[in-house]
Every structure is written in structure tokens, then in C-alpha cells.
Design a protein around this ligand. Structure first.
Ligand code: ZN
Length: 113
């Protein structure tokens, strides 16, 4: 599910979101934004978190969210984490290869794999 799909699922109009800066905001910039003055983009309650989303056709926008809407959205964003043991092992192998380091994986039965 891409950003536009997530916003559509949450019934959030990307055109109604505030423009975000073209650079990656510092943590302090994001923290300053959640001072209670910005409403949640989905329900209108005071936002408790924010993130920048890049929406095709709309550019970079602030997605301000209350706690519940943040949690609802977090279930929709694609995970960048592997969800299987095979995926975790593949990521470890790729990282070890990139670092030029050897990798030995020992399972909980004590067998090197
Ligand atoms: Zn909300």
C-alpha cells in the first residue's frame, strides 16, 4: 500500500494537508509542530505526532495525527522490516556481505545454519 492508498483508506484528502519543507525536517521541527495547534488530519483532535509524506501530485505534506489515527495508519504503512525468519536471515547476510564480515547464524538448537 503506497502513501496515496494509505491516505485514501483513511479518508484523508492530501490536498488539505499542509505543505512540508522540501528537506527532511529535523526532529525538533517535527516536535515543534505537535504543540497542540495542528489538528489531526483524519479526525480533527489535537495532533500528537506528525510525519512528512510524499504524495504523487501533491508533493511533500505534513500528516499530523492524534494517537488513535496514528495507530490506525501505522497498520497500513508498508513495513520495512522482514516478517519471516528467512527474511531476517537474508537481511543479515546482505548486511554482512556489504560489511565484508563473516556471518555465522546459530539457531536455538545450537546448530550453525
Ligand atoms: Zn485522529
Amino acid at each position: 500500500m503506497n502513501t496515496a492508498d494509505v491516505l485514501r483508506t483513511l479518508a484523508i484528502d492530501p490536498a488539505a494537508l499542509d505543505q512540508a519543507p522540501p528537506w527532511a525536517p529535523y526532529r525538533g521541527t517535527s516536535l515543534a509542530r505537535i504543540d497542540g495547534s495542528h489538528p489531526c488530519a483524519r479526525c480533527g483532535l489535537p495532533a500528537r505526532t506528525t510525519r512528512v509524506v510524499d504524495v504523487p501530485g501533491h508533493g511533500r505534506r505534513w500528516l499530523d495525527s492524534c494517537r488513535d489515527c496514528f495507530l490506525a495508519a501505522s497498520r497500513l504503512w508498508p513495513s520495512r522490516m522482514p516478517s519471516t525468519v528467512e527474511g531476517i536471515v537474508a537481511d543479515l547476510r546482505a548486511a554482512a556481505a556489504e560489511a565484508g564480515a563473516g556471518l555465522t547464524i546459530v539457531t536455538d538448537d545450537g546448530m550453525a545454519g
